[in-house]
Write a protein that binds this ligand. Structure first.
Ligand code: ZN
Length: 504
């Protein structure tokens, strides 16, 4: 069984990402060794796949190469080409000895020279091995689905949860579908692309229009039975800005009529809900007022500066506003996390725990372009805790995963405690704050740089009603009219008026 993977979500508006931005680069046996470890570096798909295969009986994994990164800008194309050479050489060396292929994808990758790298990889696998060797691919829920991605695989398995809590299950499902293919069953895939770009905050799977379509898909699959192998309703990643963008329903099954009918039905169901795919955010000044007035603690999501969507994790809009409002409050009243600023983290480590320092956020670096939207902020602070940032995820998408935040510091600025890290990561797990001794449950307001994955980690502190999605500038803003789109198919909702759409 050949195993490989390419997983990165690329924001077209962020600076390009090279090899050093990939936090997980695993070659050969290291792919399977990592998957079998109690705290893998890779996200859950490969561990889920390998565990399911191990449980099903003897098998021979032939891992080639797995490349995974935090969301970022477009991948530097020469690095992508080098990865393709590694995958191609690995497949050629195994040709004639491979029964099936499992490929971990994200689906919202782009490179500086290729707007459909997943399609390129899948086509390459087909070209190398032929159509008779089954290929199963799994994807993030935010995949932008190209025609090539659907044409070049035998089973298309997308996440069903946002926050993403089913990565291991989808890896295991991929193994189960691959075994059906190895037993001689054959599939037919059908997809329907809609002229809808769901703003990120509208793509939750617990409630809302998108959740309703996912739930309908699961219910219909259960009713129809084994002829439908998988139902994937892919929300897409808006800031990918690719020509094949749009919410996409992809059905895998072995009964062509049933597959086509279900694809039609779910596409119609999504279209019927089109008016609800609109971002409704709270203006920053209103958010701060809610923090002051609320009888219960609240969490404030900086959805526009989400490192989990390729943003810098450095913008100061929310920190500045909460400092203005809560500087004179009791220590620990507000927690802000996590700001990506390796220079400031190094300053805090040099000063030492307990020391006071002049914290210079976003200081200019000679020879480097400043990040978009990242203004400097200088303020006196006390270092209250330090760490090397080596943590194991406790809840949500990073649960059980080894994460390296790099040199990390908690700085107290009056009533606001801010956590500064060195390796850009979204604040999806409470352990990122807790490992420094911060008491999340005692805070009146917690401000997080995360669009939505924090919901899977901080849900033990905050119910849905305690979440405030704040409107501020940033590279991952869900207000899509603010971007200078280059490749999106137009017209598309909710950016344009789309009067009419039909399946035929
Ligand atoms: Zn995602």
């Amino acid at each position: 069984m050949a195993l490989l993977g390419f997983s990165i979500e690329c924001n077209h508006f962020a600076p390009p990402a090279g090899r050093s931005q990939f936090r997980c680069l695993l070659a050969d046996d290291a792919v399977v060794d990592d998957a079998r470890s109690p705290t893998p570096v890779a996200l859950g798909e490969m561990p889920g796949f390998v565990a399911d295969m191990d449980a099903a009986g003897p098998w021979q994994p032939r891992p080639i190469y797995l490349a995974m990164a935090e969301p970022n800008g477009p991948v530097e194309h020469p690095f992508f080409e080098a990865l393709c050479t590694t995958w191609r050489d690995g497949l050629r060396a195994l040709r004639g000895h491979i029964d099936g292929v499992y490929c971990v994808m994200h689906g919202a990758g782009i490179t500086t020279g290729d707007l459909d790298p997943e399609g390129t990889i899948q086509r390459m696998i087909r070209d190398e091995l032929g159509a008779d060797v089954p290929l199963v691919c799994s994807y993030d829920l935010h995949a932008n689905v190209s025609d090539e991605m659907v044409a070049c695989c035998d089973a298309f398995v997308g996440y069903r949860t946002n926050p993403h809590l089913d990565m291991r299950e989808r890896g295991a499902e991929s193994a189960q579908l691959l075994r059906r293919l190895l037993a001689g069953e054959r599939t037919y895939l059908s997809s329907r692309r809609l002229p809808i770009i769901g703003p990120s905050v509208t793509l939750l799977s617990a409630r809302g229009p998108y959740a309703e379509v996912i739930d309908l898909g699961q219910a219909r699959q259960a009713e129809i039975g084994p002829a439908i192998w998988n139902v994937s309703v892919m929300g897409g990643f808006s800031q990918g800005d690719v020509p094949y963008q749009g919410m996409n329903v992809v059905i895998t099954g072995d009964d062509r009529a049933a597959v086509d009918a279900l694809a039609d039905e779910l596409a119609e169901a999504a279209w019927a809900r089109r008016a609800r795919f609109v971002a409704l955010l709270t203006p920053l000044d209103a958010a701060v007022q809610r923090a002051k007035d609320s009888p219960v603690p609240l969490v404030f999501a900086d959805v526009a500066d989400n490192p989990g969507g390729g943003s810098s994790g450095k913008t100061m809009w929310l920190l500045r506003a909460f400092l203005d409002a809560f500087r004179d409050a009791a220590p620990g009243t507000v927690i802000v996390g996590i700001i990506n600023d390796s220079l400031l983290a190094a300053d805090a480590h040099a000063a030492g725990a307990g020391a006071t320092l002049t914290a210079r956020f976003n200081r200019p670096v000679d020879g480097e372009e400043p990040h978009a939207f990242c203004e400097p902020l200088t303020v006196d602070a006390q270092v209250v805790a330090l760490s090397n940032g080596e943590v194991t995820g406790r809840r949500g998408i990073f649960k059980g995963t080894s994460i390296r935040l790099g040199a990390t510091a908690a700085l107290r600025i009056g009533g606001v405690t801010v956590v500064v890290i060195s390796n850009r990561t979204q604040c999806a797990d409470p352990v990122f704050l807790e490992h420094l001794g911060l008491d999340i449950g005692a805070a009146r307001a917690v401000v997080l740089k995360s669009r939505g994955h924090f919901r899977g980690g901080f849900d033990e502190f905050f119910q849905h009603e305690q979440v405030v999605e704040v409107d501020a500038p940033g590279l991952t803003s869900p207000i899509l009219t603010r971007f200078d789109w280059r490749h999106l198919p137009r017209p598309v909702l909710p950016i344009d008026q789309v009067a009419d759409w039909s399946l035929r």
